[in-house]
Design a protein around this ligand. Structure first.
Ligand code: PLP
Length: 423
């Protein structure tokens, strides 16, 4: 359930009409509901009540510090994949003791930054990374807390671009090779083995791949125990899906109880790294219709609605062919047409929706692109020299701009013309 609802034919975010916010902020902009963010975080987190766990929000899905700060206040930690995300999490006041550092390509300075910040542990993804971490930790005179991201070779049954737990994916260490690495790590002076981790993919709509993964992890933890290696943390990653269209993902409560049941008998703290399931349906992108046009060619007539947001603002449709529901902010009972909702960018792939059923819309009308809270703003770019849009958060009958719309000046910030380039 979320707090984006139509009242008397008009879209509201909590107690505010979206069109009123647009009047003050301009378009396009991302709009988040604090009540929805809170509700989704708590629905997920409370499912694991009664067992030792930390919900480490996946920062890459939505990284505004206002949102990170909200989750930190609700007891959440952070799953990060870069030094930049570590900076954000710390700026937002997230407890470093609840920060997990994932990712295949951590640089030496990023490892150092993580160690300096006293994060909970690193999810190490290769033998070379383990050696580099040991060297950096030795140099700093500390012990690096480590968990290995193992690849359980489980099919998450999701989109190929967002499945990560198959042998053919670049992530993690094949589970049958991991024991050797644990033994190496145990012998290293500046490494402290903490846990075992995995993340099999994103937008999963079934529980069974998670359960299958957990079974493999449990068996592996048993093998570690036989080798006198004890584990304090089991990190199950993220990946629970959401409804964009007609998907029927498990309710977070069902997911949690399946995991809890499977965990039975294991005395380790559970780490969860949810992203999309918490923020996906807690944010929308609001955009204004600039032009409508029809191209007649052959037998077919194609309708286009050209809006002021493009693939640089919300890239999922072009990148993955992802579906986002698009509706007018003011509901109209008028004639329904089938149209492509396209942006202003000079690429054929620049669309927010293809063959979408829309009521008749006109220049100046506002459209809401739903389910845009996850991998929306965080994947935005300045392509076509478009300033990135504003981010806004609503709480009850108030709203705040939590990231200003970028200016023209910001587009060329840091650029300079060298003296050897003649004007
Ligand atoms: C992307 C990612 C997540 C979050 O995935 P969601 O599908 O958004 O829940 C969690 N952990 C890791 C390591 C990731 O790469």
């Amino acid at each position: 359930m979320n707090h984006f609802e139509y009242k008397n034919g008009e879209l509201f975010c909590e107690d505010l009409a979206v069109s009123d916010i647009a009047k003050e902020v301009g378009t396009p902009f991302y709009l988040y509901s604090k009540a929805t963010l809170t509700r989704h975080f708590q629905a997920f987190d409370s499912g694991f009540e009664g067992i030792d766990h930390i919900t480490c929000f996946a920062v890459k899905s939505c990284s505004n510090i206002a949102i990170l700060s909200l989750f930190g206040g609700l007891g959440g930690g952070a799953d990060i994949v870069s030094g930049g995300e570590l900076f954000r999490a710390l700026q937002a006041g997230i407890d470093p003791g609840k920060i997990i550092y994932s990712g295949v390509g951590k640089t030496e300075s990023e490892l150092r930054y993580g160690l300096q910040s006293n994060i909970l542990f690193f999810n190490v993804e290769s033998e070379q990374e383990l050696h580099r971490l040991n060297t950096v930790a030795a140099d700093m005179g500390v012990k690096a807390p480590v968990s290995f991201r193992v690849n359980p070779d489980v099919d998450p049954k999701t989109h190929a671009y967002i499945s990560t737990g198959l042998a053919k994916n670049k992530f993690g260490i094949p589970i049958h090779e991991a024991l050797d690495l644990y033994l190496q790590a145990e012998a290293m002076e500046h490494i402290e083995v903490k846990g075992v981790s995995c993340h099999i993919g994103s937008q999963l709509t079934l529980i069974s791949p998670f359960v299958e993964t957990l079974r493999k992890l449990k068996a592996f933890v048993g093998r570690l125990a036989e080798n006198e290696i004890t584990i304090q943390y089991i990190d199950l990653g993220g990946g629970v899906g959401i409804t964009y269209d007609d998907e029927e993902p498990p309710h977070p409560k069902e997911y949690a109880s399946a995991i809890k049941e499977e965990l039975d008998g294991l005395s380790a703290t559970l780490i969860l790294e949810p992203g999309r399931v918490i923020v996906g349906n807690a944010g929308i992108l609001v955009t204004e219709v600039q032009y409508t046009k029809s191209n007649r060619g052959g037998a077919e007539e194609k309708h286009f609605v050209v809006v002021d947001a493009g693939m640089n603002d919300l890239t999922r449709p072009s990148l993955y062919g992802a579906y986002h529901r698009i509706e007018p902010v003011k509901e109209d009972v008028d004639l329904v047409q089938v149209a492509d909702v396209v942006g202003p960018i000079c690429e054929t792939g620049d669309f927010l929706g293809k063959d979408i059923r829309l009521p008749h819309v006109e220049q100046g009308d506002l459209l809401a692109v739903f389910s845009a809270g996850a991998y929306g703003f965080t994947m935005a770019s300045n392509y076509n020299s478009r300033p990135r849009v504003a981010e806004v958060m609503v709480s009850g009958d108030q709203f705040r701009i939590i990231r200003e719309r970028e200016s023209m000046e910001s587009l060329i910030q840091g650029e300079s013309i060298p003296e050897f380039v003649e004007k």
